[in-house]
Design a binder for this molecule. Structure first.
Ligand SMILES: C[S@@+](CC[C@H](N)C(=O)[O-])C[C@H]1O[C@@H](n2cnc3c(N)ncnc32)[C@H](O)[C@@H]1O
Length: 251
């Protein structure tokens, strides 16, 4: 694969999304899935559908989960092949009318402030230069409604693909798409952004971890920072992921 460049027409992920076994699979991010499940009761079937924005949506595993949970989703990516696969999967799941795909570099996207109930960025802030990521983050935070949720994942310097310690000293296998990650986040960096007063967020969950990825290529390890937050002042029912002290009918 070619290294990602500033040219959005360079579809680094074409082959990964063109495969029969589409890269990253169909399972949504577990923290996002738990949030959607636990807050399902907030979404009245008679009310207008809430809006979600999936940045760097790829082949749509999070987009599809949001649409199935009742959101109208705008899925943004530079990979036309990824967005093709989203439309294909949406049609198969009978969710096409809830999903709009937009081929765009997230840095170039205009996002209307206070207009989305969910903003998702599962490993895209780390695919753009470090100097550009704060501006995209600001747009993401500003996009949230007062009852909005923000979910973000980034690769960290713990990742074996990182050129910084401790990842670079790791002898664990590296992802086939590691060249696309150009901005590995430092310890506490993402949560630092989330806790900044300008972000106007309340953190529900933050974790830095190592994980194994078997959804594409040879099994490999990742260093990840995972953040789930809501707009400050918003207090949806949330019992953790996995739910720490669930009722037996709310696991
Ligand atoms: C590792 S994949 C993750 C895909 C998806 N979020 C998931 O978790 O399955 C990263 C995605 O970010 C997209 N991407 C990278 N840089 C981007 C940019 N500047 N604007 C929009 N999308 C971008 C890539 O095309 C790719 O689909």
């Amino acid at each position: 694969m070619n290294r990602v460049t500033d040219d959005p027409s360079n579809d680094f992920f074409f082959e990964a999304y063109d495969r029969e076994n589409i890269a990253y699979g169909l399972q949504p991010s577990p923290e996002l899935a738990a949030y959607l499940k636990q807050t399902a009761a907030l979404r009245s079937p008679s009310a207008a559908r809430p809006k979600a924005l999936d940045l760097g949506a790829g082949a749509g595993r999070d987009t599809l989960a949001l649409a199935a949970a009742g959101y109208d989703v705008t899925s943004v990516d530079v990979s036309e092949r990824g967005l093709d696969r989203i439309r294909e999967r949406a049609e198969q799941a009978n969710l096409s009318e809830r999903i709009r795909t937009v081929v765009r570099d997230v840095r170039e996207l205009d996002i209307e402030p206070a207009s989305y109930s969910a903003v998702i960025a599962t490993t895209v802030l780390d695919h753009i230069p470090a100097s550009d990521a704060p501006a995209v983050w600001k747009k993401m935070c500003d996009a949230l409604t007062t009852h909005g949720m923000l979910y973000t994942q980034v690769h960290t310097t713990e990742d074996p693909g990182s050129d910084q310690s401790p990842g670079r000293e790791s002898d664990q296998p590296i992802s086939e798409t590691a060249d696309a990650v150009i901005n590995y986040f430092r310890p506490n960096q993402l949560v630092g952004w989330a806790c900044h007063t300008d972000s106007r967020l309340r953190v529900l969950r933050y974790e830095e971890r190592l994980e194994w990825d078997t959804t594409h290529g040879a099994p490999h390890q990742h260093g990840k920072a995972v953040l789930l937050a809501v707009h400050q002042g918003f207090h949806p029912d949330w019992f953790g992921q996995p739910a720490a002290f669930p009722r037996s009918d709310n696991s």
